[in-house]
Design a protein around this ligand. Structure first.
Ligand code: SAM
Ligand code: SF4
Length: 520
């Protein structure tokens, strides 16, 4: 960034450390005190011995149905994170009928916490320059098969024009490689650029734009996170990849920044300290024994709750996918099948009942359709994970190998998905009100656990679904199916909050008449 940008003129970037080059960054980026603070006495909250003990305890004996039902009841009534030994019991269930009881409970909890909404978002890849050497990733340094790119702000605007103006997205997950060129200042500038861009909806000409930018990037120091908080970051996602330290170290070379396990595992503690209190966890399933990863995720959530009273806002479930220049995704001994994937979702919904659960278009359509009633709450559609992919490819489904991290499994368009969901009685929500009203982190933990947030958000789901149908739906049949669902939802809201309903109806009618971005 040679010329001073609008962003640099506005923001106080003086506290953000600068690095000469990749080597300087690799040597000096990690701030050791910001790790040590959260590992008092050098003890790590990912307690390997405890995880192994939990796994061993349930290994040989079949799950006791009475104990399993007790744990399900606890999860459903309290919405509190389970103990690792309780999660281990759920993992040991092999009887299909008992598992079906777990699945049904996971679905009920999802409805209690989030109602029948699925939140829609899109990935937006900003850059694939990377100083790391993750053995499973096409973006890793030294992979000559990958064309390197960093979106300029003008290119980013063109991407947003397609995402917000042609597809109708309101919520993004912006994805970045780790490199000094695209460090915090760049991330902040891209977030601001996304928010500032307004375009016109194709059907109504209404002003539309991106209303929430979540970020998937490498762990950052506290000062850097403060800057992202200032520019209005949504959720900060960092996938742990694997919680197994040995395996982690074998996948992430020690010369790389990412090779530092403790820097990565304490990423969310720093987020919370900086005020970024919506954090998104994830494991890259297929690198290690899934049972280890699920228990470690529970321990991670519990440690955040212990320090800050706030757990993960979301948990994602990426599976290893084939990527350019690596055989790890094909050859790992820990790859999981669809059956296990579905089990993991149910177990996680019961184990961390209040969290949002994201299943991306990495999954094939059959797999995503199947787990819609396994507790998941968010998905992406019309996705393109090539850098500059949205504006370059007129055909939404087109993918290009050399420019993306891996190949997507589900290329359904947003309209196909919205309709499919509506036919299953699920409303697609484009709502982004939460963080804009300060309902983040601790403020919504209680509301989520008691089911208040789910009902409240239903109203915003209806308003934003109305907007999307009017602004973007191409096929009259989609509108017809969508209208029928909205009518049913409005009746439900009237019954739930009769006194408040006139206000809801007023906002709904204003939306029908062309007003935009009304929310509660
Ligand atoms: N560079 C940042 C980092 O690694 O934290 C964030 C961006 S990275 C592109 C986002 C995520 O992609 C990683 O955390 C990893 O879980 C996932 N990923 C990498 N290679 C993958 C593969 N072959 N299949 C599926 N997901 C992969
Ligand atoms: Fe870089 Fe992230 Fe890929 Fe690792 S996973 S090589 S850090 S982009």
């Amino acid at each position: 960034m040679g010329v001073e940008s609008e962003f640099q003129k506005m923001a106080d970037v003086s506290k953000i450390r600068k690095f000469r080059d990749a080597d300087d960054y690799r040597r000096n980026f990690v701030v050791q005190e910001e790790i040590d603070k959260y590992l008092p006495g050098g003890r790590h909250f990912i307690d390997e011995a405890e995880i192994n003990r939990c796994i061993a305890e349930v290994a040989e004996k079949p799950a006791d149905p009475a104990r399993v039902r007790e744990i399900i009841a606890k999860s459903e009534s309290t919405c509190e994170t389970l103990l690792p030994e309780e999660t281990a019991v759920l993992m040991s269930v092999t009887d299909p009928a008992l598992f079906e009881e777990m699945r049904a409970a996971a679905d009920r909890i999802k409805h209690k916490v989030y109602d029948n909404r699925i939140v829609m978002f899109a990935p937006l890849y900003m850059s694939n320059l990377c100083v790391n050497g993750c053995k499973y990733c096409g973006f890793r340094e030294g992979n000559a098969a990958q064309k390197r790119r960093v979106l300029t702000m003008d290119e980013l605007k063109a991407e947003v024009d397609v995402l917000a103006g042609r597809i109708g997205h309101k919520r993004l997950i912006a994805v970045y490689g780790e490199h000094p060129t695209t460090s915090t200042e760049y991330i902040a500038e891209t977030i601001e650029t996304c928010y500032a861009r307004q375009v016109k909806a194709p059907k109504t000409g209404a002003p539309v734009g991106i209303r929430r930018v979540n970020v998937n990037a490498a762990p950052l120091p506290v000062e850097d996170l403060r800057m992202l908080h200032e520019v209005g970051i949504g959720t900060f996602q960092v996938f742990q990849e694997t919680y197994n330290r040995k395996l982690y170290e074998s996948m992430h070379p020690s010369w790389s920044v990412k090779g530092n396990y403790d820097w990565r595992t304490t990423a969310f503690h720093r987020c919370m300290e900086a005020g970024v209190d919506d954090v998104g966890m994830g494991v890259l399933y297929g690198l290690c024994d899934w049972r280890y990863e699920v228990l470690a995720t529970v321990l991670h959530a519990r440690d955040l709750e212990r320090w800050f009273n706030i757990g993960p806002h979301t948990i994602s479930f990426p599976r290893l996918e084939p990527a350019s220049g690596t055989r790890v995704p094909e050859e790992s001994p820990w790859l999981i099948d669809d059956e296990t994937f579905a089990r993991i979702l149910v177990i996680m919904r019961l184990s961390v009942p209040y969290t949002g659960m994201i299943v991306t278009a990495r999954e094939r359509p059959e797999s995503r359709n199947r787990v819609l009633d396994h507790g998941m709450t968010q998905l992406d559609c019309s996705s393109n994970i090539a850098i500059k992919g949205y504006s370059d490819f007129a055909d939404e489904a087109q993918q290009e190998k050399t420019r993306q991290q891996f190949m997507l499994g589900d290329n359904r368009s947003i309209e196909t998905m919205v309709r499919y969901l509506a036919e299953r009685g699920i409303i697609t929500s484009f709502c982004t009100a939460g963080y804009r009203c300060g309902r983040t982190g601790g403020c919504i933990m209680d509301a989520l656990k008691t089911g208040r947030e789910g009902k409240f958000c239903k109203i915003n789901a209806v308003l934003t679904f109305r907007e999307w149908l009017d602004d973007f739906a191409k096929d009259p049949e989609t509108v017809r199916i969508g209208n029928a669902l909205i009518e049913k939802e409005l009746k439900g809201i009237e019954q739930w909050v009769p006194k408040f309903y006139p206000q809801v109806l007023k906002q709904y009618q204003a939306t029908c008449a062309g007003s935009r971005d009304l929310f509660f």
